[in-house]
Design a protein around this ligand. Structure first.
Ligand SMILES: CCCC(=O)SCCNC(=O)CCNC(=O)[C@H](O)C(C)(C)COP(=O)(O)OP(=O)(O)OC[C@H]1O[C@@H](n2cnc3c(N)ncnc32)[C@H](O)[C@@H]1OP(=O)(O)O
Length: 256
């Protein structure tokens, strides 16, 4: 089995780094990748030693969103619901992990890649990347619960407008609207990076306490209900002609 998600555990720093590992597909999330992520995140829920989880991508991209070969345009509403639910469950499990999580966005992100980043507690973005909730241009909405999470991360009117406009934004803009906490310029993720050091210099007990406080501050039951509603809404848009055409245009564009 290919490791579509690489897992590195630093015993000294008690940090686990998950690297999406399909650089040739810009780390698009396939069904197989979802299955691997599910197992890894489940294990982290039982982990009493990890202080910090970092999610990043191999190569030039953080994540190009759902793999449009698997999440293709011809599936029916029920199948779309089933597939979207699987990744929504992964996002939910990431959101509720008992330790802090960082999306280390090493490069561009689109669609579901932005949803995945929204499930993390913090987002640090590469200064040369560009980032967009582009679902709107594909005739759908966010569908993994990441739109709901976006409303938790930035001002609600800003979130609303970003989802409608579906525009692609720079790292600087992400920081200015509060989606990203900071930008970085390095191409290598080092645990001694100034953005990561504050986390690993705290004790496990402190970090778990702050994470639990962070989760208590959100109404998790309501959040889950809203994420479920998002999956349902997106699954109905999945079968629209507009969406089918957008997916077909993407593959035609890539064949040129
Ligand atoms: C609820 C989930 C909703 C979703 O996430 S729907 C998907 C949203 N994402 C997208 O629409 C992104 C589509 N991709 C793109 O726009 C561009 O590929 C992107 C990410 C800007 C990267 O551009 P470039 O660096 O120029 O690379 P490229 O276009 O030549 O792509 C390299 C190879 O990766 C593949 N790829 C990129 N994004 C993919 C995707 N989402 N699903 C399936 N395959 C994808 C692309 O087909 C190409 O493969 P190949 O080399 O032609 O075999």
């Amino acid at each position: 089995m290919n490791n579509l998600v690489k897992v590195e555990n630093s015993k000294i720093e008690q940090t686990t780094i998950l690297t999406l590992n399909r650089p040739e597909k810009r780390n698009a999330i396939s069904i197989e990748l979802i299955n691997q992520l599910k197992v890894i995140i489940e294990k982290l829920h039982q982990d009493d030693e990890t202080k910090l989880v970092i999610i990043t991508g191999e190569g030039s991209a953080f994540c190009a969103g759902g793999d449009l070969n698997d999440f293709h345009g011809e599936i029916d509403q029920e199948k779309a619901h089933e597939l979207l639910s699987q990744m929504q469950e992964v996002l939910w499990q990431i959101t509720t992990l008992p330790m802090p999580t960082i999306a280390w966005m090493n490069g561009l992100a689109r669609g579901g890649g932005m949803e995945l980043a929204s499930a993390c507690d913090f987002r640090y973005v590469h200064e040369s990347g560009n980032y967009g909730f582009t679902q709107g241009k594909l005739g759908i909405s966010t569908g993994w619960g990441g739109g709901t999470l976006l409303y938790e991360r930035i001002h609600s009117q800003e979130a609303y407008y970003w989802l409608v406009s579906a525009d692609i934004r720079s790292a600087q803009v992400l920081k200015s609207i509060g989606f990203a906490q900071a930008t970085f310029s390095t191409h290598q993720l080092e645990l001694e990076h100034d953005l990561i050091k504050p986390f690993i210099s705290r004790s496990l007990t402190q970090l778990k306490h702050w994470k639990s406080q962070w989760l208590q501050n959100q109404d998790l039951q309501k959040l889950k209900t809203k994420m479920d509603a998002e999956v349902e809404a997106c699954s109905h848009m999945w079968v629209s002609d507009e969406h089918k055409e957008a997916v077909s245009n993407f593959f035609k564009r890539n064949k040129k």
